[in-house]
Design a protein around this ligand. Structure first.
Ligand code: FES
Length: 71
């Protein structure tokens, strides 16, 4: 299944690379995933973006933190 139509990156390629220890950021850097039209970026981040970080919110709840999608 193609995830990124701009650079023809498939789900299988992404999952194989992650299984071999690559991060989503590394995959993006080497394949261009998400750097064309950007249409696949959100899906890729939601599905494989384990390196996403939470920024502190107002301290009242963890749910108030903002999600950094991409550095
Ligand atoms: S579909 Fe991935 S950057 Fe356009």
């Amino acid at each position: 299944m193609i995830i990124c139509y701009c650079f023809l990156v498939t789900k299988e390629d992404i999952e194989s690379r992650i299984a071999n220890g690559e991060t989503l950021a590394g995959i993006r850097a080497t394949t261009g995933l998400g750097y064309g039209c950007g249409g696949c970026a959100s899906l890729a981040e939601r599905t494989w973006g384990v390196e996403s970080t939470l920024e502190p919110g107002n301290g009242s709840s963890p749910d108030t933190g903002a999600v950094n999608i991409f550095p």
